[in-house]
Design a protein around this ligand. Structure first.
Ligand SMILES: Nc1ncnc2c1ncn2[C@@H]1O[C@H](COP(=O)(O)OP(=O)(O)O)[C@@H](O)[C@H]1O
Ligand SMILES: [Mg+2]
Length: 261
């Protein structure tokens, strides 16, 4: 059975993309067939896996969605790339998705295109991870409609917990309307700096509020995170012995263990 997980947080810089890349790479290490869908116009996931956009001519998720919108038959694997070094597949994205998102304003079906796309590729993968942009706009809505579950990385700084409330409220709306089976996969505490008392309190409150939905594994800071991305590969591949890489491996164990329950 294929599992689809959207990585969501309306804040930027909370490690959504880094988590998508490294959880994807970690699942691949467990022999899972993994597709990572980049849904952010910044294209950080595509670049971070060595699938650099070759300008405007590159086929991206936006083209796949347009073809679905227009009813143009397309091979399910069209546009899917192999990551440069990691054994995962990537559906890239670039800035053109933003104009497409705007064009959807009047379209009554605007929230369903990604789900239709995911349904065409689902059977070829064990895991599909969707890396969302820092917003709860129409593309993230598409992700919430298309996905089975949601993973939320949280930097427990001030407002970190309130941001989670907003995502959960948005999830509830989508559950009521278009995706009744949607559920919370888990919350990841991204501890860039564990000395601040404020952050410790927020992390503790998240554990009280969301209980076992918060992963035991917390992600420490490592300068190697961005270094690996600059080399176009996951940190797990770049430096598997790094402390953050080890924590990502441990997070993946938790993700797999939850699957068995
Ligand atoms: N655990 C970490 N320690 C240090 N830097 C990190 C960590 N995780 C991510 N980063 C870096 O922080 C920046 C933002 O991370 P990113 O994954 O792009 O966040 P988002 O996708 O939520 O905007 C990137 O430069 C990334 O390399
Ligand atoms: Mg990102």
């Amino acid at each position: 059975m294929t599992k689809v997980i959207a990585i969501v947080n309306q804040k930027g810089g909370v490690a959504k993309t880094t988590t998508a890349i490294n959880v994807g790479a970690g699942l691949a290490k467990h022999n899972k067939r993994v597709l990572l869908i980049d849904l952010d116009g910044q294209g950080n996931l595509s670049r971070g896996l060595g699938c650099k956009a070759k300008g405007r001519s590159q086929y991206t998720i936006r083209d796949a969605l347009i073809n679905i919108q227009m009813g143009i038959p397309t091979a399910p694997d069209k546009g899917i790339l192999k990551a440069r070094f990691d054994p995962v597949c990537v559906m890239p994205c670039n800035i053109q998705i933003d104009a497409f998102a705007l064009s959807l304003k009047e379209d009554p079906n605007r929230q369903v295109y990604l789900r239709r796309y995911v349904n065409t590729v689902r059977q070829y993968f064990d895991y599909i991870l969707i890396d969302c942009s820092p917003s709860l706009g129409v593309m993230t809505q598409n992700a919430l409609v298309a996905t089975d579950s949601v993973m939320i990385p949280v930097d427990p700084e001030f407002f970190g917990a309130e941001g989670v409330e907003q995502i959960v409220a948005t999830m509830t709306d989508v559950q009521r309307s278009m995706n009744p089976a949607l559920y919370l996969e888990g919350i990841i505490i991204v501890r860039r700096n564990n000395v601040s008392r404020e952050k410790r309190t927020t992390a503790k409150n998240l554990r009280i509020r969301y209980g076992s939905k918060v992963y035991q594994t917390e992600l420490p800071t490592s300068v190697k995170a961005s270094e690996a991305s600059a080399h176009g590969m996951s940190l797990l591949r770049y430096m598997s012995w790094n402390h953050l890489a080890k924590m990502y491996a441990s997070l993946v164990e938790e993700v797999l263990a939850n699957e068995r329950h």
